[in-house]
Design a protein around this ligand. Structure first.
Ligand code: TRP
Length: 344
């Protein structure tokens, strides 16, 4: 790896049904960032078990995310792809962060409230502590930039708060150990693009989700060309033609979503799309969207199927990535232990 000072880290949960939202909101950015940063991309299996997982499905889902990373264009030779549970330092640093973060900080996390639902007493302790593990994922590599979806912004802010409090609480010790006046960087979220929030194809007010009971609500990365075409053609629309400018999308969530998806797949803006398709009806716009989606996603799905047919190769990528990640993590963990006052 080169000596660029900026390091990217991000994670994707292996919980099945990777879809267009994961691609446009996260993985396509991961690919682009390889040009400018040293990148570490992690399949966060420890996060997955904060809710119950069937072991046989978890294994398959870890391989699916790995295959998706590679099929989308992440290069496991130049950058690092690995699964979280193979690098023990994530869990080790998370414990120290559990002692840095305040209960009041975690109580504000909206994702916990949503995921725990009404029966909060019965949620796992892991689900509650999820954000401190996420902070450890990032900071064990002292990563500076974190591409994530909008929904993870609050967790990133918590990671910054933890980094800041650690730097403050141990300021003297950090200086004494020769790390200047701060050990952890304050990681920046990278949230960008017209379709960072991809909505359901059946309801423009709901996020595209792996858990939506209707498979027609999402385009899975593993869908073949015919399935992609069918889902786009069946996507919900409204009776109007497309507007020529973006303000005309207000109050039209389905139109806004499809235009956003087109823009993101074409690497342009919604305004560009409307300049081209303003005045068009949905059937002609959908025709163009089918062609674009199939051209972009068809090869990814095919590659994923090819890779998943060779689990030994995928497992080797993860082992090799873990080995390289561990080198960085171990060095930083050693420094953290010294700063905290442990003997090692
Ligand atoms: N919480 C993230 C999500 O559900 C996944 C994740 C875990 C992550 N650790 C991370 C993302 C570290 C970025 C950085 O999408």
């Amino acid at each position: 790896m080169s000596l660029l000072p900026q390091r990217v880290f991000s994670g994707v949960q292996p919980t099945g049904n990777l879809h267009l939202g994961n691609y446009l909101g996260a993985i396509s950015r991961f690919v682009a960032l390889q040009q400018t940063h040293d990148c570490i991309y992690c399949v966060v299996d420890l996060h997955a078990i904060t809710v119950p997982q069937k072991p046989s499905e978890l294994v398959a889902n870890i391989r699916e995310v790995t295959a998706a990373f590679i099929a989308c264009g992440v290069d496991p030779k130049r950058h690092i792809i690995f699964n979280q549970s193979q690098v023990a330092e994530h869990a080790e640093l998370a414990w120290i962060f559990n002692c840095i973060a305040r209960i009041g900080w975690l109580n504000r996390m909206t994702q916990f409230k949503e995921k725990a639902g009404k029966d909060r007493e019965n949620a796992s302790v892991g689900l509650y502590a999820y954000p401190t593990l996420m902070a450890a994922d990032i900071l064990i590599y002292r990563a500076t930039h974190v591409p994530v979806g909008e929904d993870q912004k609050q967790h990133l802010e918590l990671a910054r708060d933890i980094a800041q409090k650690f730097n403050n609480d141990f300021a003297e010790s950090i200086t004494a150990a020769g790390h200047g006046d701060a050990f952890f960087p304050l990681p920046e979220p990278l949230i960008q693009g017209p379709a960072t929030r991809v909505m359901s194809l059946r309801d423009g007010a709901k996020k595209m989700s792996k858990s939506d009971p209707s498979d027609n609500s999402r385009i899975n990365l593993s869908d073949d060309a015919d399935t992609i075409a069918q889902k786009v053609r069946r996507a919900k629309t409204d009776p109007e033609v497309l507007p020529s400018e973006t303000p005309g999308l207000a109050g039209r969530p389905e139109a806004d979503n499809l235009v956003g998806i087109y823009a993101a797949l074409a690497d342009g803006s919604k305004a560009d799309v409307l300049r081209e398709f303003g005045g068009a009806n949905f059937s002609s716009f959908k025709g163009a969207l089918v062609d674009l989606a199939v051209a972009k996603l068809g090869p990814i799905g095919a590659d994923m199927r090819r890779l998943q047919a060779d689990p030994d190769y995928i497992d080797e990528v993860l082992r090799e990535g873990s080995r390289r990640a561990r080198v960085i993590a171990a060095e930083n963990m050693k420094a953290v232990k010294e700063i905290v006052g442990f003997i090692s």
